[in-house]
Design a protein around this ligand. Sequence first.
Ligand SMILES: Cc1cc2nc3c(=O)[nH]c(=O)nc-3n(C[C@H](O)[C@H](O)[C@H](O)COP(=O)(O)O)c2cc1C
Length: 178
Amino acid sequence: MKIGLFYSSDTGNTESVAEMIQEEIGQDNLDIHEVFTIDLPETIAQYEFIILGVPTWYDGEVQNEWADKLDELEKVNLTGCKVAVYGLGDQEDWGEFFCDAIAVLAAKAQGSGATIIGHWSSDGYEFTESKALIDEKTFIGLTLDEDRQSELTESRIKTWLEQLKVELGVDNWQAELS
Ligand SMILES: Cc1cc2nc3c(=O)[nH]c(=O)nc-3n(C[C@H](O)[C@H](O)[C@H](O)COP(=O)(O)O)c2cc1C
């Protein structure tokens, strides 16, 4: 399976998480792309499974490099493609907008035909509001908080990746998607 991870990052947290994900999945199985450096439609079309990573900034905004690419994401044909999203945020100082940006990316990918997998429980987080919630207890994707809960990041990533394998129906990251 060819897996592509697409991210942007202001202060490096979303980038570090991309590298942690790559360590788990394996360098041979997953390519990492920082979105502002690439032609998004052309690059994203190469992959069978796609992970999108984005931090939320300034009252629920998509980080600016991803924001510049949203039009392109809208134009890609992702019909039949599975996409998982993760995001970085701060549930304490920005608890009214916790990880809002992943909802924007997920909606754009869905609009392009993708099926979003990798929904994540909101248990263990304390925040006021989040657009990333799809119901009272579930985020559309993995939410991570390096500012308040960095000690949980590694185990959250590992658990999420195991869940993704189950949802993709594969035993390992080399397997072909059916
Ligand atoms: C000025 C400022 C605004 C922020 N706004 C939000 C926000 O609206 N929602 C949120 O969940 N986190 C917010 N954060 C927290 C960042 O998303 C968090 O620090 C994240 O780890 C940054 O990721 P990056 O290093 O990949 O850019 C904000 C942080 C700062 C300093």
